[in-house]
Design a protein around this ligand. Structure first.
Ligand SMILES: *Cc1c(COP(=O)(O)O)cnc(C)c1O
Length: 363
């Protein structure tokens, strides 16, 4: 097999070692005589898998004891409804949710939240992170929602917690596409959520990290299987959790620990992003549209200035084993997603191709 590098935005590349281990354990997990897929979610074998996954994720992100980690179903988008259903109940009638709008994903979150509460867009910009000093926060808002990595637009940020206005704000962050790629202070957030299929594992698992005093406030119409309190009390087993996805996520967590944890992932993410952006900046043939200070280290959208060469670019990339570089249909162009499992060799192969294609086209 020739070397393939998969730049998909999600479902995305997984570590080869993890896939190989899952393959080796497919028919008989640790002498149990069963595949993980066939196990009772309440049996001792799966419970040990679940507990290890929870413990490892807690260790990797240094999640404080007063936070619960939930392994849910429904994907990142369902959280756009489940979070209001679980959180607006702690504020009286007529609650307002503040949003920082930075692109497609925060846009979707805003539209969904309007079904459950008043919405205030506190700031909006899709090519650079809106300056925090200008955020128009609502006093007494139920919470402030932000998407800290916009997977389509390629904008990434962390709020500035030295801002005193954030002290009393309940912060909700969609970290679907950059969780585990940088160190975060979980205690600064009320809720962090992430679909697994970008930086964690297969589609079908959604991670929710929630401060425990926020449990038990769900609106009466919230479906029981999605009431964070019930999910937490039952260790994510109020109903059958996505067992195989949790198992793979657990293998990814073990892999991350062997690599040196989140600090090492952050160092690699910086090195990979620097390499790729430097090549794009150095070459007039390509264009990026996000302010340098707001560039995502995970999702790198770029454009060929001569868009008539797009198809040739993608065909040439594919012939070299550089896969899934086509940009999202809403914005066109190209996008290279360089998640934790993308080795720097893959980014170097892409950079070599970027340079050669541009040189070829200039002839
Ligand atoms: C992919 C993604 C989602 C949506 O996840 P689904 O699992 O498809 O619902 C939400 N937010 C962000 C930032 C994403 O990248």
């Amino acid at each position: 097999m020739t070397q393939i590098y998969n730049f998909s935005a999600g479902p995305a590349v997984l570590p080869k070692e993890v896939l190989a281990q899952a393959a080796a354990e497919m028919l008989d997990w640790h002498g149990s005589g069963m595949s993980v897929m066939e196990m009772s979610h309440r049996g001792p074998e799966f419970m040990s898998i679940y507990k290890a996954a929870e413990r490892d994720l807690r260790e990797l992100l240094a999640v404080p004891d007063n936070y619960k980690i939930l392994f849910m179903q429904g994907g990142g988008l369902s959280q756009n409804a489940l979070i209001p259903l679980n959180l607006v109940g702690h504020k009286p009638e007529g609650a307002t949710i503040d949003f920082i709008h930075t692109g497609s994903w925060s846009d979707k979150s805003i539209k969904e939240a309007r079904k459950y509460a008043n919405v205030n867009v506190a700031a909006s910009s899709t090519t650079a992170v809106p300056a925090q000093a200008g955020w128009k926060l609502t006093p007494g808002a139920a919470y402030l929602h932000m998407c800290t990595n916009e997977t389509i637009g390629g904008i990434e940020y962390q709020p500035d917690f030295s801002d005193p206005r954030l002290q009393d704000v309940l912060l909700v962050a969609d970290m679907s596409s950059h969780i585990l790629s940088r160190e975060i202070d979980v205690a600064k957030y009320g809720v962090i959520f992430a679909g697994a299929q970008k930086n964690i594992g297969p589609a079908g698992v959604t991670i929710v990290i929630i401060r425990d005093d926020l449990l038990g406030k769900a609106l009466p119409i919230c479906p029981s299987a999605f009431d964070f309190k019930l999910v937490a009390e039952n260790e994510s087993m109020y109903n059958t959790p996505p067992t195989y996805g949790i198992y793979i996520a657990g293998l990814v967590f073990q892999w991350l620990k062997r690599q040196g944890g989140v600090a090492e992932m952050s160092r690699r993410a910086q090195a990979k992003a620097d390499l790729l952006y430097a090549a794009l900046d150095a070459n007039d043939f390509y264009e990026t549209r996000v302010a340098k200070s707001s560039r995502s280290r995970m999702n790198v959208p770029f454009y060929l200035k001569d868009e008539s060469k797009n198809e040739a670019f993608l065909a040439g990339a594919k012939a070299r084993g550089l896969l899934q570089l086509k940009g999202h249909k809403s914005v066109g162009g190209m996008r290279a997603s360089i998640y934790n499992a993308m080795p720097i060799e893959g980014v170097q192969a892409l950079v070599d191709y970027l340079n050669e294609f541009a040189a070829q086209a200039a002839k």
